[in-house]
Ligand binder design. Structure first.
Ligand code: ADP
Ligand code: ZN
Length: 647
């Protein structure tokens, strides 16, 4: 590593001073890059490291404190997995969730990497057995929860093993400025007291400047290497679509990903249940997930998703940490999330394997108002100081702007996280792909809506105005004699849902207002009158019918892949996973499966040349894989049409 230049897409700085310290974390050469790469190749079958991974691994080898901020899918785990394997030592990883720990240990063992976890879901006998195994010193990594770390019993074990390096996963949990504060993380400040010579390495996917500073201070990191990766996820395609008929729109998006893994996020528990039912009735393998379910039932849904028995989980925000499926091809927000941080984190679960994935946000201003209400009510219930609701509203306003302003989604997200975005056209968002469809006579429609609001004397809500404009002569309309108005039935050709969407778009564009409170009423403002007088133009959007066809980016990741073989290999993966009682991704990632279905190795020697399959996996099931490929080829005399097999 020679890098005197600032690596692209990341900053490297010492805490507080803002100076570049790249040379300071250069490795001593004894454990050079060759050895690191050999280790990565042997266990994981990867040919190269990502720029920030290399730096983080060097910090781990040099035992220099570090704070590594990398987006989900950025490859944080490798950063703390490689150093102990290269240095032949035992490191400790502190992680907040048992589910996460178990999956990580399973995945590591499948690669032949010795690791163990101690957690509260194990019974005393299992704990004793694991402790014994650990004491023998054969593991590179031990995963523990923060509350166990500082128990006398575990401290003693760590001291006996002469542990010199600690990695702290999800480090933002230590900061109450973060979105996931966990009081038990606070005790980790003691690590530096108990192990004064040890280095501590903090990892997180989300950290604002304030949270970063907090992590460094709380953990008492000394002159840490602060490595911040780019937040942009180039393989994610972002789409924001005006919400009209949520069920059908969610289904249409999922149709683009038949048989692939997807998550649908809803605001309420009830919404998740009805949406899952609807999707199941359309033949989609879906289940719901929310915090109101029994722990057992939640676990089952999670397991079925990991085992590929279901494709779609319809969930509240409760579904999150702990899903480690890396082949999620689609994340849909059936309603806007309440902050950009949530959006980034939830969409971040898509495409962790680096392959193209789609993120759809169904936007309606009505949902924003629903959140506003929820934020205010929960702050009032908790008797929180006024700043709490204020902060909630401010963050909500940020995401509302993200969804409604016509700016490249990748650029807008980067800007929010304080990064500049280099490309003028990302090629991976609805705006850059020019998918927005404007309504032709938008201003005329707006004028009709606004004059109706004027005619009903600004005393009614959305429902009633829609009734009048579409010509519904119901009891309330008749009582107020609104069926006699000139605006009655003025937009009767427009479907009700579309008209509702139009009204919310007008509210968003601030040419119409809606009063707060329990019985909101539509009101006009100065801008409304400008529109009615023809002094101001209005833009309205209509959800465009997206073709089922793949985007160029998706095409790329499928290029040369024999789709039929891919499905056969996927079935084989499922079978292997079930037999070993591990999640499917523990066996192989989708990227490795596609590479197999593309290059079609029929011998172990050919298989070794592929990316993403380490030695242990080749030894364990390489033979099954190449046999499957050979039999596929035998049943299909001509080679796959679009195969790019060399030679
Ligand atoms: P994070 O913990 O940052 O969310 P992971 O460590 O789970 O990310 O890694 C995300 C994905 O990237 C995994 O599928 C992993 O196998 C893959 N990956 C990590 N590092 C590399 C690399 N150097 N080359 C290829 N794939 C990698
Ligand atoms: Zn864009």
């Amino acid at each position: 590593m020679s890098g005197q230049n600032k690596p692209h897409g990341c900053v490297l700085e010492a805490d507080g001073t803002n100076q570049w310290h790249e040379s300071a974390i250069m490795s001593d050469g004894a454990k050079g890059s060759d050895e690191i790469l050999a280790t990565v190749r042997r266990f994981w079958g990867f040919d190269s490291l990502r720029p920030l991974q290399e730096q983080a691994i060097h910090a781990g080898l040099d035992r220099r404190d570090s704070l590594v901020v990398m987006p989900t899918g950025g490859g944080k785990s490798l950063c703390y997995q490689v150093p102990p394997a290269v240095a032949k030592r035992t490191d400790i990883v502190i992680s907040p969730l048992i589910a996460l720990m178990k999956d990580q240990v399973d995945a590591l063992r499948a690669c032949g990497y010795p690791a163990a976890a101690l957690h509260s879901a194990m019974d005393p006998a299992e704990i004793r057995a694991a402790e014994h195994e650990i004491a023998v010193g054969n593991h590179h990594l031990i995963f523990v929860a923060p509350e166990r770390m500082l128990t006398p019993r575990f401290l003693e074990l760590a001291e006996r093993l002469r542990v010199s390096t600690f990695a702290i996963d999800e480090a933002h949990c230590i900061s109450h400025w973060g979105h996931d504060f966990r009081p038990e993380y606070r005790q980790l400040a003691e690590l530096k007291t108990r192990f004064p010579k040890a280095s501590v390495h903090a990892y997180t996917a989300t950290a604002t400047e304030r949270v970063r500073t907090d992590i460094v201070e709380q953990l008492r990191l000394e002159n840490p290497a602060v490595l911040v990766g780019s937040f942009d996820r180039p393989n994610l395609l972002y789409r924001v679509i005006p919400k009209v008929r949520v069920d059908e729109q969610v289904r249409a998006a999922l149709e683009r990903h038949r048989g692939e893994a997807a998550i649908v996020y809803c605001i309420s528990r009830k919404d998740t249940e009805s949406m899952a039912r609807y999707l199941a009735s359309c033949g989609i393998r879906a289940a719901h997930y929310h915090a109101g379910m029994e722990a057992e039932e939640r676990r089952r849904t999670q397991d079925r998703f990991a085992a590929e028995e279901i494709d779609v989980v319809v969930a509240t925000v409760a579904f999150g940490m702990g899903i480690d499926r890396s082949d999620i091809r689609c994340v849909i927000h059936a309603a806007i999330p309440k902050t950009i941080e949530h959006y980034q984190q939830e969409t971040g679960r898509a495409g962790r394997d680096g392959l193209a994935a789609e993120c759809v946000l169904l936007y309606s201003a009505g949902d924003v108002l629903r959140w506003k209400d929820l934020i205010e009510r929960s702050a009032a219930q908790a008797n929180a100081p006024p700043e709490v609701a204020e902060n909630g509203r401010r963050m909500l306003e940020e995401i509302r702007r993200f969804a409604t302003v016509a700016r490249c989604r990748h650029a807008a997200l980067s800007a929010y996280f304080g990064e500049s975005y280099p490309k003028p056209n990302c090629g991976a968002c609805d705006l850059c792909l020019d998918e927005e469809e404007g309504v032709g006579d938008a201003t005329v429609i707006a004028q009709k809506v606004l004059s109706c609001v004027a005619r009903v004397e600004q005393r009614f809500g959305v429902e009633h105005v829609v009734d009048v404009l579409t010509g519904v002569g119901n009891e309330r309309v008749r009582r107020w004699r609104h069926h006699e108005l000139s605006t009655f039935g003025l937009l009767q050709e427009m479907p009700r849902k579309n008209l509702t969407s139009v009204i919310y778009q007008l509210i968003d564009a601030e040419v119409l207002e809606r009063t707060p409170g329990d019985r909101p009423v539509l009101k006009l403002n100065a801008a409304s009158w400008e529109v009615m007088r023809g002094q101001r133009q209005v833009k309205l959007l209509e959800p465009k019918k997206l073709k089922a066809a793949r985007t160029a980016m998706e095409e790329d990741t499928w290029r040369g892949v024999d789709a039929e073989l891919f499905e056969k290999l996927r079935a084989l993966r499922r079978e292997l996973a079930v037999a070993r009682r591990v999640a499917a991704f523990v066996i192989l990632h989708d990227s490795a499966l596609r590479e197999l279905a593309r290059r079609q190795p029929v011998s172990l020697a050919e298989l070794r040349k592929l990316r993403g399959i380490g030695e242990k996996k080749i030894a364990d099931f390489g033979k099954r894989l190449v046999e499957q490929i050979a039999s596929h080829q035998a049943n299909k005399p001509a080679p796959a049409q679009n195969s790019e097999k060399p030679g």
